[in-house]
Design a protein around this ligand. Sequence first.
Ligand code: ATP
Ligand code: MG
Ligand code: FE
Length: 347
Amino acid sequence: PLVLGIETSCDETGVGIVHGTTLLADAVASSVDTHARFGGVVPEIASRAHLEAMVPTIERALKTAGVSPKDLDGIAVTAGPGLAGALLVGVSAAKAYAYALGKPLYGVNHLASHICVDQLEHGRLPEPTMALLVSGGHSSLLLSSDITSDVRPMGATIDDAAGEAFDKIARVLDLGFPGGPVIDRLAKEGDPAAIAFPRGLSTAKDPAYDFSFSGLKTAVARWIEAKRAAGEEVPVRDVAASFQEAVVDVLTRKAVRACKDEGVDHLMIGGGVAANSRLRALAQERCERAGIRLRVPRPGLCTDNGAMVAALGAEMVARNRPASDLELSADSSLPVTDPHVPGAHAH
Ligand code: ATP
Ligand code: MG
Ligand code: FE
């Protein structure tokens, strides 16, 4: 199926076009630079930027793909979770195009899309697949037996998301926003064993698949403060490398454990933090040792984009899932267990 997908849950206006599991276009307009000076995403600014970028980004994607709108088999859109006002822009646009073109509309889940996008890189997802979803707002282990209908949460963060921790530590180090990419880069020149930062929820009596990054964040901030108070220079590269190591050590250890416990031999890692080079390397090392096949999309498909929405929409069409109706509304807290929002009148 030929599907156009629209993503506006945060600060990226993304429009992707796929044919089944083949990527035809992935147009992204980001308002991240506008938010950078505020140190985080400002919802009102994001909504306005989506509004301005929406139609040009759709047109750019159609042009790149060389596709005529009348040939589409469906229009998919992120229905949630995400920023309410931002989601509304994408949902309204998708409804307008679906109505004007007479095409079925699929309101899909942003988190399931972060997983399904890997089909564009490595083909259909094996069933079941364990997914480690690590992004700006979420850090979860999910067991998916069918990405269009069956996503079971195994564990999640009890406080901060992994991406949020990267962003907060970058702010303490005055590295700007978003923090993930710059910490990733600086960590390459630092020593990951320089400072022993705590690994949250990793003792035997802790919940096996939950995560906690708030203690780590506080420990890193205190360590930096103490250095500064003593008038010593903060070894930014070593702090970045040691912090990053603490995050990816726990993430990969728990993901591999979940696979082993559940007898699942495929692990996929998705979400913005999956772009992290050390996470990718350590996961590969540990999966190989455990006999688990690892699937991680290329970094550009890990962060928010429209192709991931189109990928999940195409899977909905391929599996004959009911379309959403034109009364579809955005749901800022759509649960991960709902891969899509079928229409009230659908059967
Ligand atoms: P969610 O998907 O939970 O709604 P989101 O859509 O805002 O949140 P994504 O775009 O999926 O999040 O991911 C953004 C996050 O990924 C940011 O916190 C950013 O710092 C982090 N990130 C991006 N690249 C890297 C990297 N190379 N290393 C670590 N973190 C990264
Ligand atoms: Mg973003
Ligand atoms: Fe995301």
